[in-house]
Write a protein that binds this ligand. Structure first.
Ligand code: SF4
Length: 323
């Protein structure tokens, strides 16, 4: 079984309160490289849209951001969307990221992945390809993700598995699939995925304040069930979960955003973190590399004021966590 290279600082030092896994050395970037998508999932956290989105970064501008992130010591990038492979230059951006020795993960619905693309991705050397699948059958998956989304995703996933990529299935627990945890683990294993990671559907983005599909299944109950499944299926697939829970009390830990974690949106605006910008949009830059250098964007007022907000208010632990 391929292993995903991961040195996980969160557990090792004072970042266990952070909702993101952080590397011991360097830092992680979550980059929403496009907001365009060919799917319209009910609960899309980024409310992705169909069609071309004006104002998104060009290939050259994306390369400039990569150089800037490198010079600031960031080491890990997770590209997400929308659907990243909607961009015709996505393979070029991934290649440049690897040339700069970033450890690269990508989140995709896999519907645009062909056999040839999967082989190219393998040559590029991604750390992990995260494919979103929310059910062990078409009916369940499409209840969350919309019609005609299951078969194209499974086809793309199979190309990735055949190309020897490290494939992680990302499954969002919602009212419809919460009682099929084992069936989804079995399905993931039979598809040849290396890992399946569960998270909870959140009432944010396109389903902001819409609780119709939100699961009320207690976290501890789901954790117990998943830990048993992790044992039972350990020879077939890695079973994991990532739940946004109340932060553990943390006297000393300071939010790692800006120095060890960054979120870049599809227009190139930089924020300390996805959860911060959702709650405090004033901490997102309006400046982007379209009008300023990467360093000028990082030194702009919104970023500086977030760091002083954390410092002057002596905030310890995660300033935004929920549940
Ligand atoms: S606000 Fe800070 S501590 Fe909380 S999830 Fe974001 S980066 Fe982590």
């Amino acid at each position: 079984m391929k292993t995903e290279t991961e040195n996980n600082a969160s557990e090792l030092n004072n970042y266990s309160f952070c909702l993101f896994r952080l590397p011991e050395e360097g830092g992680r970037v979550l980059w929403e490289i496009t907001n365009s998508c060919n799917y319209s999932c009910n609960y899309c956290i980024f409310s992705a849209e169909r069609g071309r989105i004006p104002g998104e970064l060009t290939t050259e501008e994306a390369f400039e951001v990569l150089e800037g992130l490198k010079s600031r010591g960031f080491t890990h990038i997770k590209f997400t969307g929308g659907e990243p492979f909607i961009r015709r230059d996505m393979l070029d951006i991934l290649r440049r990221s690897r040339d700069l020795e970033f450890i690269v993960d990508i989140s995709t619905n896999a519907s645009r992945i062909t056999g040839d693309m999967a082989s190219e991705l393998n040559e590029i050397g991604l750390n992990m390809v995260h494919v979103s699948v929310d059910g062990h059958n078409r009916e369940l998956h499409e209840r969350a993700r919309g019609q005609n989304t299951y078969l194209p995703t499974i086809r793309g996933l199979k190309y990735l598995v055949d190309s020897d990529a490290y494939v992680r299935i990302g499954t969002v627990i919602f009212k419809g699939n919460e009682k099929y945890l084992e069936e989804m683990v079995q399905s993931g294993a039979s598809l040849g995925a290396d890992e399946i990671i569960f998270s909870y559907m959140e009432p944010v983005g396109r389903s902001k304040d819409d609780y119709s599909l939100i699961s009320n299944k207690p976290i501890e109950e789901v954790k117990d069930a998943l830990e048993q499944l992790a044992q039972k299926y350990q020879d077939k697939i890695k079973v994991n979960y990532s739940f946004t829970e109340k932060p553990k009390q943390c006297e000393s830990g300071i939010c790692p955003a800006v120095n060890k974690f960054l979120y870049i949106d599809n227009l190139g605006r930089i924020s300390p973190c996805t959860w911060v910008v959702e709650k405090y949009p004033q901490y997102r830059t309006e400046k982007t590399v379209k009008t300023a250098s990467f360093e000028e964007v990082m030194d702009s007022e919104p970023i500086k004021s977030y760091l002083s907000y954390i410092e002057h208010n002596k905030i310890r632990g995660c300033p935004v966590s929920r549940r």
